[in-house]
Write a protein that binds this ligand. Structure first.
Ligand SMILES: *[C@@H]1O[C@H](CO)[C@@H](O)[C@H](O)[C@H]1NC(C)=O
Ligand SMILES: *[C@@H]1O[C@H](CO)[C@@H](O)[C@H](O)[C@H]1NC(C)=O
Ligand SMILES: *[C@@H]1O[C@H](CO)[C@@H](O)[C@H](O)[C@H]1NC(C)=O
Ligand SMILES: *[C@@H]1O[C@H](CO)[C@@H](O)[C@H](O)[C@H]1NC(C)=O
Ligand SMILES: *[C@@H]1O[C@H](CO)[C@@H](O)[C@H](O)[C@H]1NC(C)=O
Ligand SMILES: *[C@@H]1O[C@H](CO)[C@@H](O)[C@H](O)[C@H]1NC(C)=O
Ligand SMILES: *[C@@H]1O[C@H](CO)[C@@H](O)[C@H](O)[C@H]1NC(C)=O
Ligand SMILES: *[C@@H]1O[C@H](CO)[C@@H](O)[C@H](O)[C@H]1NC(C)=O
Ligand SMILES: *[C@@H]1O[C@H](CO)[C@@H](O)[C@H](O)[C@H]1NC(C)=O
Ligand SMILES: *[C@@H]1O[C@H](CO)[C@@H](O)[C@H](O)[C@H]1NC(C)=O
Ligand SMILES: *[C@@H]1O[C@H](CO)[C@@H](O)[C@H](O)[C@H]1NC(C)=O
Ligand SMILES: *[C@@H]1O[C@H](CO)[C@@H](O)[C@H](O)[C@H]1NC(C)=O
Length: 370
């Protein structure tokens, strides 16, 4: 599933990511029910079905993860049987993977001290999220290539990071001086990062003697000139990966009920904009895990004012899948929005006036007390 240059697997085994991420918390069942062996967490990380740590607990082998209790406390959730840690899984179709970075480093005398090319093969159910990630190059004398497969096509894109003195660098900007960032193509299912250092870093060795290149979740990386020296060659950085449940279209998948995932009550099938395949989601008015039988549960919109638009005077009644707004007695309208409930028409009042005659004052008092 994953390829790394063999020597580097060795290095990876000893790396210790130091970043800590929080994960979202679900208030509904997320792992396979009726099976007490299906753990829904590994350490702090939640594992929603279709992901699972055993064949019985996962949808297919692509969604099998490893919870490694021996290496650390809390345990680490690892992608497949690799060394890549997963720090978050979203039922909207993303997970966050801690990925090694490529580097090319020189001693102050210009002799190369270490280098590493870092790639990953995600196919067939996974693609690199092109909006959440950026390809980033750090250094003072380098071109780095980001190359791989997008749909069935090979692609190559590259960025250059240059600088001659520390004064060239500015915090937070990646415009080519010490740091350069470029967009990731859509539908990338496999990639490799290759660094070509143009010089041997002898002229900048005081503040920069390595080139680093990596795809990274853009919100998790802000360039600082310190990063030219404080990034560790063994460091891992988060990348956001999109997942689909099946690699065909919804129409293709529906044709073979055996492997079709969106079969449960109140779920629908949809196509994400990136990647090849389909996902399931709960129908409007429901929330939960669309991949589990009975996984989508009704939302009680009436309990949360942001989820319903009943008029302030109206009463809100929750139904399975939606809700209704009802105006109080003596009001009319559909109950929705600011003008949803109107005081009953003046015609009725005129009639009341005629009928009540001189008792109009007590009528008005009654109205106010209503
Ligand atoms: C579930 O978690 C417990 C404790 O964390 C562990 O002992 C057990 O092996 C796990 N089961 C599976 C199937 O991973
Ligand atoms: C857990 O991690 C340790 C140390 O990295 C490794 O030796 C062991 O094989 C891993 N176990 C599993 C089940 O991956
Ligand atoms: C960078 O250079 C400094 C001294 O100039 C050296 O101590 C350090 O080990 C070098 N870093 C790498 C990764 O070679
Ligand atoms: C490093 O580059 C400098 C200038 O380009 C050159 O003089 C030197 O021989 C190079 N050193 C090595 C080890 O390649
Ligand atoms: C990719 O190739 C496969 C077979 O080689 C073909 O069936 C499929 O339509 C291709 N997909 C795209 C998006 O070109
Ligand atoms: C980059 O440097 C800043 C400032 O020292 C530091 O806070 C940040 O953690 C570094 N980034 C990474 C990815 O190490
Ligand atoms: C879909 O995935 C299966 C394996 O899971 C593979 O055999 C098949 O070729 C894939 N189809 C496409 C269009 O990628
Ligand atoms: C339907 O899907 C199942 C499981 O994915 C597979 O074993 C079977 O061959 C498929 N049948 C057809 C007709 O494609
Ligand atoms: C990429 O991830 C973001 C969340 O970080 C998500 O909103 C977006 O839909 C994802 N893109 C695709 C194509 O799935
Ligand atoms: C699915 O929705 C229907 C109404 O559309 C409702 O009767 C049923 O109970 C729902 N099923 C679940 C599992 O929520
Ligand atoms: C109400 O719904 C909104 C939107 O889904 C959500 O952000 C908010 O947390 C909810 N408030 C409560 C009290 O559940
Ligand atoms: C609310 O859901 C019911 C089925 O549960 C459906 O018959 C009705 O049309 C829905 N109302 C609206 C306004 O969507």
């Amino acid at each position: 599933m994953v390829f790394e240059r063999p020597i580097l697997i060795f290095i990876l085994a000893f790396s210790t990511p130091t970043l800590v991420f929080s994960s979202s918390h679900y208030n509904f069942p997320i792992a396979k029910p009726n099976n007490p062996n299906c753990n829904d967490t590994c350490g702090h990380i939640q594992i929603p079905f279709p992901f699972g740590t055993t064949p019985e607990c996962s949808f297919a082998r692509q969604f099998r993860l490893t919870c490694n209790h021996t290496a650390s406390d809390p345990p680490k959730l690892l992608w497949w049987n690799t060394n890549f840690e997963i720090t978050d899984i979203s039922l909207d179709g993303q997970f966050t993977l801690m990925k090694t970075i490529a580097h090319d480093c020189y001693q102050s005398n210009g002799v190369q001290s270490s280098n590493f090319s870092s790639g990953i093969r995600l196919r067939p159910h996974f693609t690199l999220n092109n909006t959440a990630n950026k390809f980033t190059v750090l250094g003072c004398s380098a071109i780095a290539a980001f190359t791989g497969i997008s749909l069935n096509q090979t692609f190559i894109t590259a960025g250059a990071a240059l600088c001659s003195s520390e004064a060239d660098l500015s915090e937070g900007t990646c415009n080519g001086a010490g740091c350069f960032q470029i967009d990731i193509p859509t539908d990338v299912s496999e990639y490799d990062v290759v660094i070509m250092s143009l010089t041997n870093y002898t002229t900048t060795s005081g503040f920069s003697n390595c080139t680093y290149a990596f795809a990274v979740e853009r919100s998790a990386f802000r360039f600082s000139k310190d990063n030219l020296t404080n990034l560790l060659p063994r460091q891992r950085l988060p990348v956001v990966v999109d997942w689909v449940i099946g690699n065909g279209t919804c129409q293709d998948a529906r044709r073979n009920a055996t492997g079709y995932a969106c079969v449960n009550a109140n779920t629908t099938c949809y196509h994400p904009t990136n990647g090849h395949g389909y996902r399931c989601r709960c129908e409007d008015g429901f929330e939960g895990n669309p991949y589990l039988p009975q996984g989508c549960i009704d939302i009680n919109e009436c309990l949360n004012d942001t989820l319903h638009d009943c008029n302030k005077k109206a009463s809100c009644t929750n139904n399975i899948g939606n809700y209704t707004c009802t105006c109080p007695e003596n009001y009319e309208g559909n109950g929705i929005g600011e003008d949803g409930c109107k005081w009953k028409s003046p015609k009725d009042m005129k009639i009341a006036y005629v009928l009540i005659g001189k008792n109009i004052l007590s009528f008005i008092t009654d109205l106010i007390m209503f």
